[in-house]
Design a protein around this ligand. Structure first.
Ligand code: DNO
Length: 348
């Protein structure tokens, strides 16, 4: 297992030289943030990023994410051009030896929260989600400035995208994912790149848009589309965790044993309602995800991929990108690594 840390490139207020001081972190999760969706990620640009990270003594272990163009998710005739570009970006990753690609297949919006700074009893703040608050919003009136809220689109683009999705049901989305994976996974396999889909976050439909990567059955269906180690899962405990019906440990073990989990996002959450939760510190005692058992399951199943501490709280008056401050994620990395070492050494 390689411990990694997400870095948003030169625009990240957290410098690489601080990340490298977290003793257990060996790899970086990053991306090119200014390539328009649907275009090829140039080899030289990725090489520059990789060199920059190597110069700090770290490896570029994971690309998170190369976004999937909406035309691919919508199954529009133009999708083939974007799929070709995607394949080329994957080849470029392979040429540089970047081994893991995290992506998602959520229509229009990425991960979504309704409050960025919910205060916890200890005075720290965390991200939270409440489905009732989502339902009270009419997004046709404009988009709140929150992470994952499709701020990449203008109000007009958003309206036309929502119209386009009006006729797209979950089976259509599965069909389009199928088409995408059949085209891209063989190239990933040839290139030595392991793709891992990120589960939908939260794991249910929002604003009437279909979401399909929401539970264990969906993950199984995904892995069956193309039978390849390059068709895997970025197992995110905090995205699947809000769905109380999922046995996270069992699901994780099942897919790791099949060699289908190249990447893990370790995040903890506390459920506060059927479709409501807030994020917490990483430790098991803080939330509803038993992180100890997650790590033990990874060790038992012979996990050999990358892991990163996902979303942290804001602590010690830090200000920064929601979920992506330095301090709480650094504590998370140490906690995860401590569990990993203890589990690994006590089983020998
Ligand atoms: C949120 C992240 C997601 C993730 C994408 C992967 O913090 O986990 O934005 O990067 O969904 O494509």
């Amino acid at each position: 297992m390689i411990m990694t840390f997400r870095w948003y490139g030169e625009g990240d207020p957290i410098p690489l030289r601080h990340i490298r001081q977290i003793p257990v972190v060996k790899g970086i999760v990053s991306a090119l943030y200014d390539v328009p969706v649907g275009e090829i990620w140039p080899l030289e640009r990725m090489a520059t990023l990789q060199r920059r990270i190597l110069d700090e003594g770290l490896a570029l272990s994971v690309i998170e994410s190369i976004p999937v163009h909406e035309d691919i998710k919508l199954g529009r005739p133009t999708r083939d051009r974007y799929i070709d570009a995607y394949r080329q970006s994957v080849r470029n990753m392979g040429a540089l030896g970047i081994p893991i690609l995290c992506y998602n297949f959520m229509p229009v919006f990425d991960w979504m929260r309704t409050d960025l700074s919910m205060e916890l009893p200890d005075g720290s703040t965390a991200l939270s989600y409440d489905h009732e608050a989502i339902e009270a919003i009419d997004i046709k009136d404009g988009i709140p400035d929150l992470p994952g809220w499709a701020t990449a689109y203008s109000a007009e683009e958003l309206r036309s995208l929502l119209d386009a999705y009006a006729g797209v049901g979950t089976e259509d989305l599965w069909r389009n994912l199928n088409y995408f994976l059949r085209a891209v996974v063989p190239v990933a396999e040839e290139s030595g790149v392991r793709m891992g889909i990120h589960p939908d976050d939260p794991p249910w439909p929002v604003f009437g848009l279909p979401r399909i990567i929401t539970d264990d059955a969906a993950l199984a269906r995904l892995t069956e589309i193309v039978d390849s180690p390059s068709n895997g899962i970025s197992f995110c405990t905090g995205s699947l965790g809000p769905n109380a019906g999922i046995d996270l440990i069992k699901s994780l073990g099942r897919f790791v044993r099949k060699g289908r989990v190249p990447f893990v996002h370790a995040r903890n959450i506390r459920r506060t309602g059927e479709r409501a939760f807030h994020e917490t510190a990483h430790c098991s005692e803080s939330g509803d995800v038993d992180i100890y058992r997650i790590i033990r399951e990874l060790a038992d199943a012979g996990f050999d991929g990358a892991i990163r501490p996902d979303h942290g709280r804001m602590i010690w008056d830090e200000r920064g990108r929601p979920g992506y401050g330095l301090y709480d994620r650094a504590l998370g990395a140490m906690y995860l690594a401590g569990l990993w070492e203890a589990v690994g050494r006590s089983s020998k």
